[in-house]
Design a protein around this ligand. Structure first.
Ligand SMILES: [Zn+2]
Length: 208
């Protein structure tokens, strides 16, 4: 399944890229947060494929009743797991808490509690499909992987735990920007999981 993953930055030349056939064959869009919802809606309209997304720390708290707080044409995957095209896809929005009043921000302990809530569904998947998860999307990176030492960019330990428990084939995240274009640091494999920082976008051919 060919997936367009996006996070954190609007790619201005996306329209040109699209008309050049750059996104041809893309079957799914996955949004890893901190994108204007109007931009996600634009991508969905342009490519006419399904989209799942999680909110980032710069996004409003998800609210279907507010136009500013959800993306029309896509599904919020925060703390949810869906089965799409035979892929089990789970989502975890937000980042480490660095401001007391920030949206979608959690302490390490709060993030663990949220991650634990996915456990029953992961176990059911393992019983039903022989695996817990194929793809995990989050805004934050795991702790110590593609993260940064400043208070706003520490990764979440709960994501390391989720990866260890669920062993997805892929984990896509954003939140860490490449200030020095250090793209060598965009991909790390831990166990069975390929962890990819998709900032600002990546096209990924995902296989089972
Ligand atoms: Zn962020």
């Amino acid at each position: 399944m060919k997936i367009l993953t996006v996070s954190d930055q609007v790619v201005e030349r996306v329209y040109t890229l699209s008309s050049n056939g750059h996104f041809q064959g893309v079957e799914l869009i996955l949004g890893c947060g901190d994108m204007p919802y109007t931009y996600l809606e634009y991508l969905v309209t342009m490519l006419n494929v399904p989209m799942f997304y999680v909110p980032g720390n710069h996004d409003p708290c998800f609210d279907l009743r507010s136009e500013q707080a959800h993306a029309e044409g896509g599904s919020n995957l925060d703390l949810k797991i869906v089965r799409h095209n035979k892929f089990l896809i789970g989502g975890f929005g937000g980042s480490i808490r660095y401001r007391p009043d920030g949206n979608n921000q959690y302490t390490q302990a709060e993030a663990y509690v949220l991650a634990f809530s996915l456990l029953p569904h992961l176990l059911l998947n393992r019983l039903q499909y022989g695996r817990a998860l194929d793809i995990l999307i989050s805004h934050s990176p795991p702790f110590g992987i593609h993260d940064d030492s400043d208070p706003a960019h520490n990764g979440l330990n709960a994501l390391n735990w989720l990866i260890r428990i669920a062993q997805p084939r892929y984990h896509f995240h954003g939140h860490t920007h490449f200030y020095k274009r250090n793209l060598a640091n965009a991909e790390t494999t831990i166990g069975l999981t390929k962890i990819i920082n998709v900032y600002p976008y990546q096209i990924i051919e995902a296989s089972h």
